[in-house]
Design a protein around this ligand. Structure first.
Ligand code: GTP
Ligand code: SPV
Ligand code: MN
Length: 610
């Protein structure tokens, strides 16, 4: 039994001291390690994991200082059905979240966490979401019994010693506690990937702003700075303090004349944020630079514009599909000092995943550690396998990445994975209509969350799994932003769909680097340089305004990309109305008006066309 740990040697912050003391008593670890984020610390953790066979060092000639982890088959993605928002009133969590009474849930958590770190080390990780000197940033402390989490948090956040001076100043912090949920009995041999598949709980207490996560070691379930803090808890802070915590990439785009604008874009998980955030433009003279690939915190500046920071310091990116052809800058970012989870291993000790190269390497070891049989019809890397790489290694990292002020956002893009109905790009008529576009996002499900893949579901603002309060109040929060500034200062709102398919089940739009063509149109709309065609659903590009230089696309496919089928759109409006009905009288009237106007415009157009 652990005794006499003097936490006051580590911090002067009384709240921190009593919280950590309390958790040591509860979890009963064998020892406690206060993380300083030093290279020595990280190296010694890796050494320990290597000696336990829990990680595979990659060939330093192929991927210097990089490591491969393999999880168990039952711990490979976020678990939405085990994610809970625990506020006093069920209505405040809303119909799209799993709600549990906070007192009851706290008791459940205390029972589960009681003695849960027996036989393990408790790591205490101080971390900062956002640049250290920014007033937009927030501090958290994650307590965890997973060294894998420490290694990932070291890349994904600013963590360790540099955060302590802020904590010492009695700055408030978000307490996050995580356990793999697998205490060890005396002399019990540990699993290579300890977890507790039957007892997963990803729990948020938005009123006290704390997080308790139990049973999973994977991604957003365990790296609590990410979805749990930077979205579910931060969305609550943002509602209270009039700002935005969003599931959005942030990119800078510069035209050949050297004018630069910043764009934020929200797509559901595994729908293209990382790829868009650092794309290599196909169009000459255009430049894209990356601020972030997953999360944006946005606040109004004194000039009335919306300014965004990326709270993260790394990419936790989807591996499959990433290649030097489709996402060169991601590939460059992960060439060293990176972690890989559930990807395949080559004979040379390098990593591989589907679509990284045309040819599948011989002698591949799959994500579960078995010799890969290319005829098996199974992927060698798990569909939600990931790389963890520092943003500092991204060749197109924006110079303002560390700017504590953030960057001014000129356009916001929503999007999803839709085989049909939704055109390549369209623009909202005004702010209310733009908020409606965000609320209307629907997308096919992906491997980023446990459950069926390819099923169409509504995912408003790409925040369905991440909004930490009632989604209807969240719609209202977005609508109200227009009262905080002049309308000319608000970003313009667009909707894109890279994923329309033809009858042979092939994508019509080449996507990836070619998405610059759409970004260029958006850039020029924001700069009032091009007009657009008004349709029932919004403004779409005139084909002559879309830069299709060197793109081989048939007229037929092009018209398919911009087709607006009245019948399908009327059905879309019906489905949205049915979906919105779950919010009952909490749904802002404006959303009802927007559906009605959409229907009116669609039927009016049909009449005109007849
Ligand atoms: P999360 O990290 O889960 O939030 O995902 P994300 O939104 O960052 O998605 P990401 O950019 O990692 O892309 C997910 C998958 O979609 C990858 O397999 C990509 O190769 C693929 N993808 C991304 N952009 C495009 C595109 O423009 N066209 C097509 N066809 N596929 C794309
Ligand atoms: C997502 O699912 O949107 C991710 C991966 O970015 S995770 O960190 O697991 O949430
Ligand atoms: Mn994401």
């Amino acid at each position: 039994m652990l005794q006499n740990i003097d936490i006051s040697k580590w911090t002067k912050n009384k709240k921190v001291i009593s919280w950590v003391e309390d958790k040591i008593k509860l979890c009963k670890p064998d020892s406690v390690h206060f993380c300083d984020g030093s290279k020595e610390e990280i190296d010694s953790l890796l050494k320990l994991l290597i000696s336990q066979n829990k990680v595979i060092p990659l060939n330093p000639k192929k991927k210097p200082n990089s490591y491969l982890f393999r999880s168990t088959v039952d711990d490979v993605a976020r678990v939405e059905e085990r994610t809970f928002i625990c506020c006093k009133n069920e209505e405040d969590a809303g119909p799209t979240n799993n709600w549990k009474d906070p007192v009851e849930m706290k008791n459940t958590m205390k029972d589960l966490f009681s003695g849960c770190m027996h036989g393990r080390v408790m790591y205490v990780i101080p971390f900062c979401m956002g640049p250290l000197s920014s007033d937009k940033s927030h501090i958290g402390i994650e307590i965890t019994d997973s060294a894998y989490v420490v290694l990932n948090m070291n890349i994904m956040t600013r963590m360790g010693k540099k955060v302590m001076e802020y904590l010492d100043k009695d700055i408030d912090f978000v307490p996050c506690i995580h356990s793999v949920g697998k205490p060890l009995k005396k002399n019990e041999k540990d699993d290579l990937w300890p977890c507790n598949p039957e007892n997963k709980y990803i729990v948020h207490f938005p009123e006290e702003k704390s997080i308790w996560s139990f049973g999973s070691g994977y991604g957003g379930n365990a790296l609590l700075g990410k979805k749990c803090f930077a979205l579910r808890i931060a969305s609550n802070m943002a509602k209270e303090q009039s700002w935005l915590a969003e599931h959005m990439l942030i990119l800078g785009i510069t035209n050949p004349q050297g004018e630069k604008k910043y764009i934020a874009a929200a797509f559901p998980s595994s729908c293209g944020k990382t790829n868009l955030a650092m794309l290599q433009p196909k169009l000459k003279g255009w430049k894209v630079e990356c601020i972030g690939d997953d999360i944006a915190w946005m606040k109004f500046g004194e000039d009335g514009k919306l300014y965004a920071i990326n709270p993260e310091a790394g990419f936790f990116g989807v591996a499959p599909g990433t290649s030097y052809q489709t996402n060169y800058n991601a590939m460059k970012s992960l060439e060293q000092n990176s972690l890989f989870t559930n990807v395949a291993l080559t004979e040379e000790g390098d990593v591989w995943w589907e679509k990284m190269t045309d040819k599948i390497p011989d002698g591949l070891i799959d994500w579960q550690g078995n010799l890969y049989d290319p005829k098996s019809n199974k992927p060698a890397a798990h569909a939600n396998s990931r790389f963890t790489a520092p943003i500092s290694q991204c060749p197109v990292r924006d110079l303002d990445f560390e700017n504590p002020k953030g960057v001014p956002i000129s356009a916001i893009i929503f999007g999803g994975r839709r085989e049909d109905v939704v055109p390549l790009v369209y623009e909202s008529f005004d702010w209310n209509h733009g908020v409606f576009l965000g609320a209307s996002v629907s997308s096919q499900t992906t491997a980023a969350a446990k459950g069926e893949i390819g099923k169409l579901r509504h995912d408003p603002f790409a925040m369905l799994p991440f909004c930490g309060y009632n989604m209807a109040d969240y719609f209202n929060h977005w609508l109200n932003l227009q009262n905080k500034t002049q309308s000319s200062k608000l970003p313009k709102i667009f909707y894109v769909n890279w994923f329309k398919k033809n009858e042979n089940n092939e994508f019509i739009w080449p996507g990836f680097s070619d998405n610059i063509r759409v970004l260029k149109w958006i850039f020029e709309r924001v700069s009032n340089k091009v007009s657009a065609k008004k349709t029932a659903i919004g403004y779409i590009p005139r084909i002559e305004d879309l830069d299709l230089t060197n793109l081989d696309i048939s007229k037929e496919n092009l018209s398919k990309l911009f087709e607006i089928n009245q019948n399908l759109w009327l059905q879309e409006a019906d489905k949205l109305q049915t979906y919105f009905s779950v919010f009952k009288d909490k749904l802002p009237n404006e959303m009802v008006n927007q559906i009605k106007s959409l229907r009116d415009r669609l039927t009016k157009e049909t009449k005109c066309a007849q």
